[in-house]
Design a protein around this ligand. Structure first.
Ligand code: COA
Ligand code: ADP
Length: 601
């Protein structure tokens, strides 16, 4: 077993297809002395030269997107051993921050003379596609300081061979960090594949209210003034050795027209803050004419959304839709603060539709940012649930549990009646894990445990559990009432989102994740003390055809702590009793459970 730690690091490796020809130095020496390097890792470093910069001496984001795509593609090709193409790039958030250096305020952009460092590695291989993680940082050679620019995830697909679709070899994660990324990559993939439908769904009914109108502002700028249309001829330098246009090149051209549209609104230099997910719908080749169209869809107080569409054609042939993207810009003043922007007056029909859709995307973006940035130390722990954030909350719920499950420093507390209790102390968090084996098929355990309304049958803490809402096949919201462990105090209640997943691949566990959410229909009442669950749930591993390992995790919040602290302190073994009763419940109901319909992913 490889531990999470590393003691030394060695210089960067060169990239290439396969590693067999050149013996390479190890990158890391792990805690137990084993030499280890991630064979898919590729690094790229560039000094930003004037030819890479815009007129403000800052690295153009288009150039950065090209470098990111190329480095990520090399990592994907290293694993696949064959040419790969960019299928999509998840949302990117550029972290332009202001920081005081030597008493002055300096903008931490990426300027001429600074170095951009990009590290990429394959997080997981699926069938023909792979998720590649991309980490971009900037380095100031004179001050020695470094800072993070962005982290992104791209999906690459190995090009089909003459004999058909490629089946990639699986990637084996070895360090704790690799294990976490591997595990969560399956969640991110799930989200990516429903992204387009989810957005369509939200825009057509959920997030745009029927009575939404385009607000009229005095002195607003007609959107038409910002419209850009530009053509590019795809030449060999824009393509890979197979003649396919580099995804990064297309993203760079899209960023270029979006920047022009944004500048036309504010008559200033705009800074790109975020890009919503890029999906390459179809390939483009050398000889294509790429038509890029952009317009400001909406402007808010301090930011604007620019939409860009890329279409390709060869002479005499119809145009093919290659990509559409939505980019968000701000304009920074001398102190690095966002300036107030002019408002936009949309064009009739399509312009008004895009204006309202941009409003809806802004809400979705803000919700998502809140869900993902909600650091564990912030209160309240619960996040408001609504249909527009359901996909992200579900992803966040399952990912949090997977992160907890991937941790390795669990300390054994006791083992009784073949139930084992572990604890993990980290900064201000105390997490615990209960493990046991049951003699039955994993699928049946999953079906029985994912029905929270039956939990009272084995867990005395679940006095009442009502299903509030069946969000979809895999997500449910419950209202749970538990007796207080403190004598004579009020009962506690919880509003819990339960998200369940079947294995994405052989070797993955079944997952049932729980976290608190808030619902306007179920606010806290004076009858109960409202408790909160940050991250809890089960992972269910198939050990053999007849034996299943059940692990229960809980990242203890103040509301949950009293239930566990006595066990961890060795004063009680109530968890052993509860999980022995859980095993009995499972085994008794082994025959009755009818399998739930398999979800698609
Ligand atoms: N994001 C991430 N992965 C996606 C995806 C998306 N939006 N859409 C499909 N995929 C993955 C699928 O999950 C599948 O992965 P798997 O084999 O590991 O299960 C893989 O792509 C192939 O999917 P499939 O359904 O066979 O093909 P498709 O018809 O959906 O086509 C592409 C997917 C990416 C191959 C296709 O859209 C394409 O060729 N796009 C252009 C890519 C390109 O040329 N990029 C360079 C810039 S032009
Ligand atoms: P939609 O029109 O539904 O928003 P598209 O994929 O057609 O989706 O376009 C994506 C974005 O590209 C639009 O939101 C818009 O901002 C921009 N765009 C599309 N067509 C044009 C055009 N003809 N001129 C300028 N910008 C355009």
């Amino acid at each position: 077993m490889v531990s999470k730690g590393c003691l030394y690091s060695f210089p960067a490796m060169t990239s290439g297809f396969q590693d067999s020809a050149v013996p390479e130095e190890p990158l890391l020496i792990l805690e137990y002395g084993e030499a280890y390097r991630n064979l898919t890792e590729v690094k790229m470093s560039h000094v930003v030269l004037p030819c890479h910069a815009n007129h403000c001496n800052e690295l153009s984001i288009g150039q950065l997107l090209k470098w990111m795509d190329t480095t990520a593609c090399l990592a994907a090709e290293k694993h696949a051993g064959s040419p790969c193409i960019t299928a999509s790039v998840d949302d990117i958030h550029f972290e332009h921050t202001i920081r005081g250096i030597h008493g002055r305020h300096e903008k931490q952009g990426l300027c001429v003379g600074q170095v951009v460092n990009i590290i990429t590695k394959v997080n997981r291989a699926f069938n023909s596609s792979m998720e590649v993680g991309i980490l971009v940082s900037c380095e100031d050679l004179y001050s020695g300081s470094t800072w993070r620019v962005c982290k992104a995830f791209a999906t690459f697909v190995a090009r089909p061979t003459d004999s058909g679709k490629v089946q990639l070899k699986p990637l084996v994660p070895r360090t704790q960090e690799e294990q976490m990324e591997y595990s969560i990559a399956a969640e991110r993939r799930r989200m990516r594949l429903v992204h387009a439908d989810n957005m369509k769904d939200l825009l057509s009914n959920g997030a745009i209210r029927r009575d939404s109108i385009c607000q009229e502002f005095k002195d607003s700028v007609p959107a038409e003034k910002t419209r850009v249309e530009s053509v590019e001829l795809v030449l060999p330098p824009h393509a890979n050795h197979q003649g396919n246009t580099f995804g990064g090149q297309i993203m760079a051209w899209m960023e270029n027209v979006a920047t022009i549209a944004a500048s036309r609104l504010c008559n200033a230099h705009p800074t790109l803050r975020t890009i919503d997910m890029f999906h390459f719908r179809g390939p483009s080749q050398v000889g294509d004419r790429l038509v890029l169209k952009a317009i400001v869809n909406n402007s808010f107080k301090n930011s604007m959304e620019v939409g860009v569409c890329a279409e390709a054609y060869q002479c005499g042939e119809p145009q093919r839709h290659i990509n559409s993207a939505f980019m968000n810009f701000v304009v920074l003043d001398g102190d690095g603060q966002p300036r107030v922007l002019p408002r936009i007056k949309p064009e009739p029909v399509n312009g008004k539709r895009r204006y309202l859709e941009a409003n809806a995307r802004k809400k979705i973006r803000l919700d998502r940012k809140y869900i993902f940035s909600c650091s564990q130390t912030e209160v309240p722990l619960s996040v408001p649930w609504d249909p527009s954030n359901r996909v992200y909350l579900s992803l966040n719920n399952v990912s949090a549990l997977k992160i907890l499950a991937a941790k390795r420093d669990w300390v054994l507390q006791y083992e009784r009646n073949k139930v084992t209790l572990y604890a993990l102390e980290e900064d201000q968090f105390l997490s615990f894990k209960v493990e046991m084996m049951v003699e039955m098929v994993a699928e049946k355990v999953f079906v029985l445990l994912s029905d929270l309304s039956r939990r009272h049958e084995w867990d005395q803490h679940y006095q009442k559990c009502d299903l509030i809402c069946q969000v979809d096949e895999d997500d449910m919201i419950y209202h749970v009432v538990t007796p207080s462990v403190v004598k004579d105090s009020k009962f506690q209640d919880f509003v819990l989102l339960a998200s369940r997943r079947r294995p994405c691949d052989k070797g993955d566990p079944y997952v049932i994740a729980l976290r608190s959410v808030t619902l306007p229909t179920h606010s806290a009442t004076k009858d109960y003390t409202r408790g909160e669950v940050l991250s809890a749930g089960f992972t269910i591993w198939e050990e053999s055809d007849t034996v299943t390992k059940v692990s229960y995790y809980n990242q203890a919040t103040p509301g949950v702590l009293p239930y566990i602290s006595r066990d961890i302190a060795g004063l009680s073994s109530s968890f052993c009793t509860t999980f022995t009763s859980c095993r009995k419940f499972l085994e008794e109901n082994n025959k009755d459970s009818t399998p739930a319909p398999a979800s698609e992913l």
